[in-house]
Write a protein that binds this ligand. Structure first.
Ligand code: FAD
Length: 479
């Protein structure tokens, strides 16, 4: 997350931001006016969710006694949050997850605003990180976090804990939870027909029983290798591969990570991303990622372990995991009555590699539009309803994605640029902007004078980095 808002000076006020930056997808005008009450996703800060007036839908009514039925494929943060919102909104919801104890390979870092917005109980958060150590290629380190208020932190949790909590909450809200492997789906055969979702149902059995379920709409929340995306021809995305080891380290070493996480940058640990040591309840997760050097991932991981050095001496690795991370949204995220959310849609930010919050948020926002469009499950929905979710999501987050993309290009391109990046992170103003943007998911308006100073400083750092690179290239280092 560290780079999350070196950007804020560049993006300034929301008004300016929206004028300058178009959204990923075309914005559509919502149909006419009024009535239902639904919790809002756009009230972004603090606990609870503001009520919002929803528009009445012109979509055809379903026959009396029949509710809109939606299949949510995948029970990660995107699927769990989508299913909860649908069920609360009166939609008949079936959540299909292939592995109920799935332990998603993930650093498990979440922004503070997610705890409030998604009412996460405190006891599912393993650690509250208040010191983020950024470590440069030459091992210069900077502690980020000096500007944090006493109650501010980055949450660290285990995904198996978060995901099952969100799924159970969806079930308590009325969703039907199925342990099944989604295989494929058939489009409606004609007017008045429904999608046919084919899956293998496990529910405690080792061999799945083939089942077909008829539904009015599908939310694809089945992660980076989404079969739902393939079924609708959503198109591909570039992806990074991330590798992570979970390690138990001696108790006295664990103390160092009590409320601290580490991010390493350098060509040795990743040419185009960062490596990390993130603390969990009784262990640390050590990992790295890359788009450009996927074949070297194990070497990069070895370099990460070496850099962490004696801080993880005596570590016993008990889990090794790897998974793709999408690099950008898929070309098509809504087709007919099928929408993609979370990693299936491609919502991980560049530079920081953050995707949990955006998965949960997109799942909820997509479900809200289905509840609205169907007037609490009493009408059919159309692609226009799903596109409203895309338009709202893009409007809220497109600037964040764009800025992090630019930052990755500028600061991760060489070792001198990475040195410059860490140097910048020592600046208190940068730290404050970074944390505010990351923790609360808003683009923070800066102060003009500090923005100017920051711009001058950034240019200074980059010029020095460039000069350094030229010198190093002359003597054959950093080539
Ligand atoms: C190593 C690594 C570290 C990361 N660290 C962080 C971090 O610290 N912070 C952060 O914010 N993000 C991080 N990310 C990104 C984050 O993990 C993802 O963005 C997030 O998990 C996306 O959530 P999701 O619900 O969209 O998909 P997923 O979490 O991938 O969930 C998809 C679910 O669908 C299920 N599923 C898949 N296929 C099927 C099928 N055919 N039938 C039924 N079920 C199916 C899976 O079992 C899974 O439960 C990291 C990613 C990696 C790989």
């Amino acid at each position: 997350m560290a780079a999350a808002a070196l950007s804020s000076a560049a993006t300034a006020t929301p008004a300016r931001r929206h004028a300058a930056l178009p959204s990923f997808a075309g914005l559509r005008r919502a149909p006419n006016a009024e009535s239902l009450q639904l919790p809002s996703s756009t009230g972004r800060r603090g606990r609870g969710r503001a009520a919002l007036t929803v528009r009445a839908s012109n979509n055809p009514k379903l026959p009396a006694g029949r509710r809109l039925r939606v299949a949510v494929i995948g029970g990660g943060p995107a699927g769990g949050c989508a299913a909860e919102t649908l069920a609360k909104g009166g939609v008949e919801t079936v959540l299909i997850e292939r592995k109920m104890d799935n332990c998603k390979p993930c650093g498990g870092a979440i922004p503070l605003c997610m705890v409030g917005e998604f009412d996460l109980p405190q006891d599912i958060i393993d650690r509250r990180v208040r010191k983020m150590k950024m470590i440069s290629p030459s091992n210069v380190s900077v502690d980020i976090g000096r500007t944090l208020k006493p109650d501010e932190y980055i949450g660290m949790l285990r995904r198996e804990v978060l995901d099952s909590y969100l799924r159970e909450r969806a079930e308590k809200s009325g969703a039907t939870l199925v342990n099944g492997l989604f295989l494929r789906m058939d489009k409606p055969a004609g007017p008045g027909e429904r999608y046919r979702v084919h899956y293998n149902k496990y529910d405690g059995r080792a061999v799945g029983e083939p089942v077909t379920l008829e539904v009015d709409a599908v939310i694809g929340a089945d992660g980076a290798n989404s079969r739902v995306a393939k079924s609708i021809g959503a198109g591909n995305y570039e992806f990074a591969i991330a590798f992570q080891e979970r390690m138990r380290i001696p108790a006295e070493k664990m103390e160092y990570y009590e409320e601290r996480a580490e991010m390493y940058v350098g060509l040795d640990v990743s040419p185009d991303f960062y490596a990390w040591v993130f603390p969990k309840s009784d262990h640390v997760a050590v990992g790295t990622g890359t788009v450009t050097h996927k074949g070297d991932i194990k070497l990069l991981q070895e370099a990460t372990r070496n850099r962490a050095g004696d801080k993880i001496d005596g570590a016993v690795t008990f889990r090794v995991e790897a998974h793709p991370i999408p690099e950008h949204p898929r070309p098509r995220r809504a087709v007919d009555q099928v929408a993609l959310v979370g990693d299936a849609a491609g919502y991980v930010t560049k530079c920081s590699g953050e995707g949990i919050y955006f998965a949960a948020k997109s799942g909820r926002m997509c479900a809200e539009e289905i509840v609205r469009g169907s007037e609490n499950g009493t009408r059919t929905i159309t692609e226009a309803d799903l596109r409203r979710y895309l338009a709202k999501f893009d409007k809220l987050y497109w600037p964040t994605y764009k800025v992090l993309d630019v930052l990755q290009k500028v600061f991760y391109r060489s070792n001198p640029a990475k040195e410059a990046f860490v140097e910048m992170c020592a600046d208190e103003y940068v730290q404050k902007m970074t944390f505010d943007s990351y923790l609360y998911k808003r683009v923070v308006p800066g102060t003009p004078l500090e923005d100017l100073k920051l711009a001058v400083k950034t240019i200074g750092c980059l010029v020095r980095a460039n000069a350094l690179r030229n010198e190093m290239n002359k003597i054959g280092i950093y080539s």
